[in-house]
Design a protein around this ligand. Structure first.
Ligand code: NAP
Ligand code: MG
Length: 402
């Protein structure tokens, strides 16, 4: 059998610990045998980030802007312990944060549904994709403890020196205050990313905020979405047979629980943080979720939503067997290859991505899975295998389907 040929390279961002081990296995067992893989390789492993003063992270994000599609392995975000462990020159920032700031995007997370792992919500038949705005609000806030009576005000000073003020609260005893912000530019990119993604996936788009209470702040999000939708997307949605609608977050939550799934739910930063954890848990596990960063310019970065699985890595280093779930990493590769195939008009590559994903679900539905899934699967004949064994089982099924 001849290998599938690629045109444009994928931007490959290697990572750390157990996921770095899985990265090699996935390429060796599931990609190289079938695809003449073309990548531009960036080593985002912590040691090389340190060696290059984190320049490699910036270069990898710039390369994503150049080529359009990246696939990223999970990476360590250093804390004080890691600085010691890796003898780092500095506590480098989160690579995901750096990449996101350069690409300016929205993160879309969708559970991977398989038979035997049933959602805790009985009505859910199809995945629910959460689109989380990744800038501002409570994540970029300023907070203050008030320890005596007095007046708290919101003050904006224009570059011309003019001030506008509004009273927050007159305190007659202790309390707390917080200031937060967002920018039109960021909200507009969030909106465009969501509309583009819904079109790409041919899924309805829901958006919710608390605009009845937050009549300026949240209401502005609603207005920005509505304006961009009407000007740029209404016709495209009609042609694609999909719908955009806005609803109050309280109503959205009730509808989500009663729904069958099968749509994109756009959430403000905090709502998306909390709701994606809820949705992922109700669907099964963080290792059974796809994650893609989509920029408003149409650049894509595919990744696994979980971390580097450090505890398993230390076992691996001691020569002990591990049973680490590689599904999210494999789907990062299949997602990136499919997108590359679509952009380059390579139908074989698109088909390969579909087959790779089918081989993964087939393996799990045949009862062969890693320990984390065996613990929750309702299949009667399930069998837990080790990290490499699972990938080799997928390879068998993939090879048979090629
Ligand atoms: P983690 O790597 O997601 O792992 C937490 C625990 O979840 C694991 O110990 C394991 O539980 C379970 N788990 C996660 N992924 C799994 C998988 N694929 N298969 C089986 N079990 C899995 O989170 P962490 O331990 O908090 O973080 C480790 C490192 O990852 C940190 O340095 C952090 O900075 C980094 N991180 C990176 C990203 C990213 O790059 N996207 C995201 C989050 C965290 P058991 O041990 O009970 O089996
Ligand atoms: Mg969270």
């Amino acid at each position: 059998m001849s290998k599938i040929v690629m045109k444009t390279p994928l931007v490959e961002m290697d990572g750390d610990e157990m996921t770095r081990i899985i990265w090699e296995y996935v390429k060796d067992e599931l990609i190289h045998p079938f695809v003449d893989l073309k990548t531009e390789y960036y080593d985002l492993g912590l040691a090389y980030r340190d060696e290059t003063d984190d320049q490699v992270t910036i270069d990898s994000a710039e390369a994503t802007k150049k080529y359009g599609v990246a696939v990223k392995c999970a990476t360590i975000t250093p804390n004080a312990e890691r600085v010691k462990e890796y003898n780092l020159k500095s506590m480098w920032k989160s690579p995901n944060g750096t990449i996101r700031a350069i690409l300016d995007g929205t993160v879309f997370r969708t559970p991977i549904a398989v038979k035997g792992i049933e959602p805790l919500v009985r009505t859910w038949k199809k995945p629910i994709c959460i689109a989380r705005h990744a800038y501002g609000d409570v994540y970029k806030n300023t907070e203050m403890r008030i320890d005596k009576p007095g007046k708290a005000e919101l003050v904006f000073t224009g570059e011309d020196g003019n001030e506008s003020r509004s009273l927050i609260h007159s305190f007659d005893s202790e309390g707390i205050i917080m200031g937060m912000h967002n920018t039109d530019k960021s909200i507009q990119s969030f909106a465009r990313s969501c509309f583009n993604y819904a079109l790409d996936q041919k899924l309805d788009l829901w958006f919710s905020t608390k605009d009845t209470i937050s009549k300026v702040y949240d209401h502005h999000f609603k207005d920005v979405f509505q304006e961009i939708f009407e000007k740029e997307y209404a016709d495209k949605f009609k042609d694609a047979g999909i719908e955009y609608f806005y609803t109050l977050i309280d109503d959205a939550v009730a509808r989500v629980i009663r729904s069958e799934g099968g749509y994109v739910w756009a959430c403000k930063n905090y709502d998306g943080d909390v709701m994606s954890d809820m949705v992922a848990t109700a669907f099964g596990s963080l290792a059974m979720m796809t994650s893609v960063l989509v920029s408003p310019d149409g650049h894509y970065e595919y990744e696994a939503a979980h971390g580097t699985v450090q505890r398993h890595y230390y076992k691996h280093l001691k020569g002990l067997p591990t049973s680490t779930n590689s599904v999210a990493t494999i789907f990062a590769w299949s997602g990136a290859l499919r997108k590359r195939g679509e952009l380059d008009g390579l139908n074989d590559l698109v088909l390969f991505a579909d087959k790779l994903e089918s081989a993964v679900t087939q393996t799990i539905e045949d009862g062969v899975m890693t320990g984390d899934l065996a613990a929750i699967s309702q299949l009667p004949n399930k069998r837990a295998v080790d990290t490499l064994g699972f990938i080799q089982e997928i390879r068998k099924r993939l090879a048979a389907s090629m």
